[in-house]
Design a protein. Structure first.
Length: 254
């Protein structure tokens, strides 16, 4: 079986289950909460300064960090459940070269996760745009900045999906894979920053904000450029993906 056919098969498996719909429902809820925050939220002094400038609105719409986390859970579940349900066995029977099957699965997860990230960004932008007329502020973000926010979210979704898929291939248990993805993105980064302050510029949440054009909460001297941010995010995703690929080839399926 050719790799393109394997990729199409993996895409069909992902898109014909209820899991993408469940994640879509979460995206709708998040966008609804964002709209509610714009309509009813205030700063400590009772003003709405958090939406008063273009930078503030772009920061509110920047969905890339959420896309990374959500996509990592999606990728972890998509891969690990194959082992929990035993559906990985016919996959490897159809493609005895396991690395080709896993690369196809990685590719399918990255594509669907990127689409979910993009959809999350679009829903968030729409929520902010529809909620702003209820305030004293208009929509201040340029089309170019909106495009950048959406592109960053799509890329972050692909990165998160690939990272989660790698963890799923390593752990091979749905609960453990979800916990591993959560630990990698939510627990490990703060620990790294505590051990080395300059690591704050290299954790995924900071890196995706760089891509979104959102001001990073790190000293100016420690901020990284777009190319460096992309390279670092790829490293965050490719390391667990490579370990997972190696584990799949070396371990028994059962």
């Amino acid at each position: 079986m050719t790799w393109s056919r394997l990729l199409r098969a993996e895409l069909r498996k992902l898109t014909t289950t209820k899991m993408p719909l469940a994640f879509f429902a979460v995206l709708v809820v998040i966008s609804g909460l964002t709209a509610t925050a714009v309509i009813a939220g205030t700063d400590f002094d009772g003003s709405k300064g958090f939406i008063s400038t273009s930078a503030d609105q772009r920061s509110l719409m920047a969905f890339a960090a959420n896309a990374t986390m959500g996509a990592s859970l999606f990728g972890a579940m998509a891969v690990a459940r194959e082992y929990s349900h035993g559906t990985v066995i016919p996959t490897f029977l159809a493609s005895p070269r396991r690395h080709r099957a896993m690369l196809a699965q990685y590719g399918a997860v990255a594509i669907v996760a990127a689409l979910l990230g993009l959809l999350g960004a679009l829903l968030t932008v729409a929520a902010v745009a529809l909620a702003l007329p209820t305030t004293d502020y208009g929509f201040l973000v340029s089309a170019a900045d909106v495009s950048r926010v959406c592109a960053a979210s799509a890329f972050a979704g692909a990165i998160g999906g690939l990272l989660g898929a790698g963890i799923g291939a390593i752990v091979r248990n749905t609960g453990g894979a979800v916990a591993g993805a959560f630990f990698t993105l939510m627990v490990a980064p703060p620990l790294l920053v505590q051990m080395a302050n300059d690591m704050g510029s290299w954790v995924p949440s900071t890196l995706v904000n760089v891509l979104s054009g959102v001001e990073a909460e790190v000293p100016a001297a420690d901020q990284v450029g777009i190319v460096a941010a992309i390279a670092a995010l790829l490293a965050w995703a490719l390391v667990p993906a490579a370990i997972g690929l190696l584990a799949v080839q070396r371990r028994d399926v059962a």
